[in-house]
Design a protein around this ligand. Structure first.
Ligand SMILES: NC(=O)c1ccc[n+]([C@@H]2O[C@H](COP(=O)([O-])OP(=O)(O)OC[C@H]3O[C@@H](n4cnc5c(N)ncnc54)[C@H](OP(=O)(O)O)[C@@H]3O)[C@@H](O)[C@H]2O)c1
Length: 241
């Protein structure tokens, strides 16, 4: 079977745009979402799968099914993440007093643990040579770059994601030939996630999801594979860890 590309979080603004861009480029795309995507807009080169939740059991079973079908993934993009969730009373913290066990748990579960589980199972279904795994991270997850403070849970969960990716890249490089693991800061993108925080963003710094998908795919094709892990931004520049 032809090598496939996997996008997790296909109902999201960035995830959906990535599925479109990759399918338009003629790739066979496996799109995964927790939502049932009725009438997917992508055409027949996209397989859409619904995982009711990203539990370890569901991720493991989904990857096992791919393996059993003989599917090989040459690139996987985990485009899931949460910054605010009104239904769970989750809002980024402005001050220390806003920090709570419950909110930190939600941020770490979605932004760190779920991508880590994908990293754990995907290694078994990736192409043996030059596979790529991208996780949507954020510049605010950079420890070195943190001047403003606030957003404790989102920042810390993205910093943890970066460390999980970096750590996995050491092991991936032992098991696979020239793997590339990329932690990606997309800039501020006009999606549901950034919607409540767009007021102070200059119009030319608020990117469309389509632009974001194009930029990501462009930079991925140019990254140096002698280094297995990169943290880069939408313009291709490295972000300090
Ligand atoms: N938009 C920005 O300005 C911006 C900036 C920096 C970084 N990012 C990062 O880019 C990634 C994609 O964000 P986006 O802008 O495309 O946001 P989005 O439109 O809200 O999509 C995020 C997707 O994440 C999944 N998700 C959300 N809550 C979840 C939960 N509780 N459990 C499991 N999965 C959940 C959902 O995908 P499914 O239901 O399809 O699985 C959702 O569609 C995130 O990691 C975000 O942190 C975005």
């Amino acid at each position: 079977m032809k090598n496939s590309l996997l996008v997790v979080g296909a109902s999201g603004g960035i995830g959906g745009a990535l599925v479109s861009a990759l399918s338009q480029a003629g790739e066979h795309v496996i799109a995964v979402s927790r939502q049932t995507i009725d009438s997917p807009p992508w055409g027949s080169s996209v397989e859409v799968h619904t995982l009711a939740e990203y539990s370890e059991a569901q991720i493991s079973s989904f990857v096992n099914t791919l393996n059993a079908r003989g599917v090989t993934i040459k690139m996987a993009i985990v485009a899931t993440g949460v910054l605010h969730d009104e239904s769970n009373n989750l809002h980024p913290e402005k001050r220390l007093e806003d920090v709570s066990h419950e909110a930190l748990g939600q941020y770490f579960t979605v932004n760190s643990i779920i991508p880590a589980l994908w990293l754990k199972y995907l290694v078994n279904v990736l192409a043996k040579e030059q596979p790529s795994v991208v996780a949507l991270s954020a510049r605010v997850g950079s420890i070195a770059d943190n001047q403003l403070g606030g957003w404790y849970g989102y920042r810390a969960s993205k910093a943890a994601l970066n460390m999980l990716l970096k750590t996995a890249s050491v092991e991936y490089a032992r098991r696979l030939k020239q793997p590339l693991l990329v932690s990606y800061h997309p800039g501020t993108v006009d999606t549901a996630l950034s919607q409540p925080f767009q007021r102070n963003v200059k119009a030319n710094k608020l990117f469309t999801a389509e632009f974001t998908a194009r930029q990501l795919l462009l930079h991925l094709s140019r990254l140096d594979r002698t280094q297995p892990c990169h943290f880069i931004a939408w313009d291709g520049t490295p972000v300090p860890w």
